[in-house]
Every structure is written in C-alpha cells, then in structure tokens.
Design a protein around this ligand. Structure first.
Ligand SMILES: *Cc1c(COP(=O)(O)O)cnc(C)c1O
Length: 582
C-alpha cells in the first residue's frame, strides 16, 4: 500500500541530541538514563499486524502493536517488539455467497528479516528449537520466534495445548532471544495476558541467578506493565496444572518461582490474568471508560485498578500523506506527531474547500485500492468525488453490530436513495464463528433481494490494512456502533477522524474519552431507539456534507475533541510518563 507514502513525512531523529530535545519537549529529560539501545523498552505481543513487514494479524490488538512500534521509531525511543512469526496466515474470500478461508504461506525473508540463531524451550517431552529472526529500524526492532510447525495466529481454542505452546514460546523463547542478542529489558510491556511468560522468564532468571526471591518479585513487578484489552475476567480461558507441567514448569530453573506459580492455581486451574496481575505492578486499560469498568480481581479478591492510557494511531501510516503534511505545515502537530499546545486555534484552516479537496484525493486513493477488491457481486467499484459513501469497517464481531443498520431495510434504502449514496461494509468473521457467519449471509441475502440495495451496498471480503486505509481516506461518513460497554477502545474510527470523515458512533471505548457532543452520537434506552437514532444520524450526515458551514463545524469539532486522543505520539508519551516517572 503506502510503501512510498509511509516515508514522505517521516523524520527520524538523527542523533542523540535531537532525541534529548524530544525528551525535553515532553518533560522527560531523565529518559536517556532509563532506556538505551542496550536496555530498551520491550513490548511483547502475541499478535502483530504489520503487512509492510510481512506479518499479518487478526485485528485491533495487532494493529495497536504495529502502531506503537512505528510511533516509538518516529520518536527515537529505543524499543524492541517481540512477537511470534506464524508461518501461515489466513485470508477470507467470498465466492458465491460463501466465505472461504485460505491459508497463505508467510515468508519472512522477503521482508528484510534476518535469521539470528536458534533458541530452545523445554516441554515435558524434550527440547523445541525456535528460530530467532530480527529486523532493525531507526531505534526500534522486531524480534520474532518461529518454527515450521508453529501454526497460525489464534489457531485452536484459547485454552488449548497449542496456544499454551505458542505463548510459552513467545515468553521463554523471546526472553532467550533478547539475551542472545545482548539486550536487557528496561521495561517489560505485556500487550495482554498471552505474553505473561515473558515476565515469568525474567523473574526466573533473576531468582535463579542468586537474587533473593522476594527481591526478584519486587524488581520484576516494578518493571512490568500489563495492558488489559478485555472487559470480563471470567470470559478468559483457563489452563490446567497438567498443561503447565507439560509446557511451563520444565522451563523454570528456580524452585521458588515454581512454588510461587503452583500456589496460584485454584482447583488445578489458572487464568493468566490472575498471575499477570501478580507479576505486574503497572497496569493499564486502553480508554478512560475501559480502565474504569474493566472488572478484574487479584488473587486476594481485591478489585484491580487500571491506569487509563487510551490507544492512539500512527497518523503517519493511516493518514492521506498530503493531509498529514498539511497538519504539520499549519503546525497542528509537531514533527513527532504531537498536537501543538495551540492546535484548537488552527482549526479554522479546515474550511470546506480544504476538507473537500483532501476528500477528493482520498477518494482517488480508495479507488486505487478497490481495483483489486471486488464486492460480493464481483464488481470492481469506482467512485467519483461526488458520490456519497457510508462505511462500516470492522471485524464481524457480534457486539460491533454490523447487521444493526439492516434491521429496517426499507428505511436504509430510503436514506441511501435520498442521496444515491453507497454503503460499504468490510470485516472478517472470526474463524469458526458460525453465528456471525450466518448473520453475514442473512445480510447479503437481504441486500440481494432489494434492487436498490443490491447496487448500493457493497461487502468487501478479507478486511485488512489496505481497506482500512483506503476507506478512512475516501469515505464521507463512518459508522461505529458497538453495544455500549463492550468496546475496550477501538482504533478504526480514529483513522476516520484523522482523515476528516464524519463519525457516527455509540458512546463507547475511546470515543467516550470525549463528550457526546464531539461527534454524531447514537444512544437510546434500547436497541430500537438506538436504531432510530442511527438512521437519523445518517440523514443528518448527508445534510452536513451538503452544507459548507455544517461540514466545517463538524469536522473542526471532531478534531478539537479527538486530535489528542487519536495521536499515537500522545499515547507513547502517556506510556513513558507512566513507566518512567521523574
Ligand atoms: C485499525 C484496524 C483495526 C482496529 O479495529 P477496531 O475494531 O477499531 O479495534 C482492525 N483491523 C484492521 C485491519 C485495522 O486496520
């Protein structure tokens, strides 16, 4: 996609002096002492979504990981991302109204990764050899562990042996890989609990190298951050003691650590969140609302407090390059992508001509991407600058309600017809999710049965970064309607706001960091009220795009309230502030 685009306005800092200027700018001069090339910020993730570097993830968790690394690179933070490399990746294709999964072999050699060496992890039955591969960037790198039978991302069920094997490989294998390369983590940032074993590997190393066990626990806890993305602890899969005997305990050298971990089982079962809470003193949630409502308890039964650090996006990656250049030219954001202190005064630069000019250019980008992405009727779509496009682009998960707008097809049709508008849906159905597969088929069949909808509602399969980018740049209005309380943050809508699209949303996740008056809010005391309001908002958004004053008002209002939230640089600064207090 934006192989060349991605580099246009990317100013990596040249040297340590510039880095110090940056640290000073964010008031963290002491960081030069806390993190360095040899003692980097380490970020652990079971999923990375970074197609440009040959790694495809499943959704938001992986996109966040990729954005976090890219932003760290732009800010010259010494940062290492450790992740599994899955030798095959899954694609979803729609043919004759049926979804097919296709496995494609992934080859890291094509994407600039170098083989470093092998490391071992142990199971009850013997050694497993893992390849360590690495790719270096400005001040960041990706280190991955892999082997030919590693499987794919989220293969098998979440409490299965294979998942545990993958998670242990990432934790113990990744920790051994860091040592092999000669790196010591300044901080261990765990992106969800599947990465718990990295912190365990560190605790085991300290405790088996002569540090007093309790000191080792205190030290590990002080330097470990657990970022939670889930709302309900009870929904998490459990592992059994015998699974740990097979895959985990053989990797522990310290008897004290083994005893400590064994004691954390209840009825021979363990949830990784409960031990992750024990090993990480620093804990964060991914939006204000999520940090407040995530319902987690430690082993003693106390409710866990999460620090709110709302996700952001790498604007350099997700924005139309000329638009991001404009942000920088007018001083809306600085060279690191941080909103300037007076950014609200600069918003009048977004007059309707400017907004329409960038949308026209975004539409051309979208058309370029759509050339290879036929819709459900096998049509290649091409839109003129005057076409109106609604977009719903997100994983086909039940709580995101992709089918809600189709509850009243006649009303939907009337809205679209009033402006001859198009409605584009894209989103992967989670492998094996029969419920959502049926909802997708029902939706497509409903669309098929209406002459107008058939030519104006388009489903694009295999939702990925390219579609996310193109639709963010080229749509007028985007729809984000999770059931309130179920979206931890969501980042897809941030890409739309940054690209000057009009946002229709329920008040959930990161959207709820700002007030309900910041965007076109959908609410109601039940789903039918919400639906009615959604349709009203769709009509309103059509009217907004017809009127220059309304368009300026709405786009400027969104930027005023959301720019600092959307900024990935702001997110990185928040993490640095939390991890390395003065
Ligand atoms: C941005 C992005 C996401 C994140 O989606 P949310 O539903 O907002 O968390 C998922 N998948 C892809 C391909 C993306 O680009």
């Amino acid at each position: 996609m934006n192989d060349e685009d991605g580099q246009y306005f990317y100013h990596p800092l040249e040297n340590i002096e510039e880095t110090e200027v940056f640290y000073e700018a964010i008031g963290r001069e002491h960081l030069t002492k806390s993190v360095s090339a040899e003692r980097p910020y380490t970020y652990w993730t079971i999923e990375l979504y970074d197609q440009k570097n040959g790694i495809r993830g499943g959704g938001g968790l992986g996109v966040l990981a990729a954005d976090t690394r890219r932003v760290a690179d732009q800010m010259s933070v010494p940062f290492v991302l450790i992740t599994p490399f899955y030798p095959s990746e899954s694609h979803q294709m729609l043919r004759d109204r049926t979804v097919y999964e296709q496995q494609v072999k992934a080859d890291y050699h094509k994407f600039g990764f170098k083989f470093v060496d092998k490391v071992n992890i142990k199971t009850k039955h013997g050694l497993c050899h893992l390849d360590v591969i690495e790719k270096k960037f400005n001040t960041t790198r990706i280190i991955a562990v892999t082997e030919p039978n590693f499987g794919e991302l989220y293969s098998n069920t979440s409490g299965s042996d294979h998942r545990l094997y993958q998670e242990v490989s990432l934790g113990f294998g990744g920790y051994a890989a860091l040592k092999l390369i000669g790196l010591k983590p300044a901080i261990i940032h765990l992106n969800e609990v599947a990465t718990f074993f990295a912190a365990l590997a560190r605790l085991d190393e300290l405790a088996s190298n002569g540090m007093d066990f309790y000191e080792a626990v205190v030290y590990t806890r002080k330097h470990t951050l657990y970022t939670n993305h889930t709302l309900v602890q009870a929904a998490e899969a459990e592992f059994s003691y015998s699974q740990f005997e097979e895959f985990v305990f053989p990797n522990l050298k310290s008897l004290a650590v083994k005893k400590w971990l064994s004691d954390k089982f209840t009825n021979e079962k363990i949830r990784l969140s409960s031990v992750t809470i024990e090993i990480a003193e620093l804990r964060s949630g991914v939006s204000k609302l999520h940090a407040r409502v995530a319902n987690y308890h430690d082993i003693a039964g106390n409710k866990v407090k999460f620090k709110a650090i709302t996700n952001g996006v790498d604007m350099n990656k997700w924005m139309l390059p000329s638009l991001y250049a404009f942000y920088q030219e007018i001083g809306l954001v600085n060279q690191f992508g941080m909103p300037s202190s007076n950014y609200t005064e600069l918003l009048p630069s977004f007059d309707s001509d400017t907004i329409r000019k960038f949308k026209k250019e975004g539409r051309e980008k979208l058309n370029g991407i759509l050339k290879n992405r036929p819709d459900q009727n096998n049509n290649i779509l091409k839109f003129s600058k005057d076409d109106f496009i609604f977009t719903f682009k997100r994983r086909f998960a039940d709580y995101k309600r992709p089918d809600l707008p189709f509850s009243d097809p006649v009303r939907l049709r009337n809205i679209l017809e009033s402006r001859d508008a198009h409605y584009i849906i894209t989103g992967r159905v989670h492998t094996g999710d029969q419920n959502m597969l049926h909802k997708l088929y029902a939706l497509l069949s409903e669309v098929d049965h209406d002459d107008y909808l058939r030519t104006h509602v388009h489903y694009l399969s295999d939702y990925d970064e390219d579609l996310a980018y193109g639709l963010s740049c080229g749509s007028n209005t985007v729809i984000n309607i999770p059931i309130v309380g179920l979206e931890a943050c969501g980042t897809s809508w941030m890409k739309d706001v940054a690209n000057l699209g009009i946002l229709i949303s329920t008040h959930d996740g990161g959207v709820a960091d700002a007030s309900v008056n910041s965007y076109l809010n959908v609410s109601g005391s039940d789903e039918s009220e919400e639906l009615d309001m959604l349709y009203q908002r769709m009509e309103e958004s059509i009217a907004i795009w017809e009127n220059d004053y309304d368009l300026e008002y709405n786009v400027q209002r969104q930027l005023e309230n959301f720019l600092p939230i959307v900024s990935g640089a702001r997110m990185m600064k928040d993490y640095l502030d939390y991890l390395f207090p003065k």
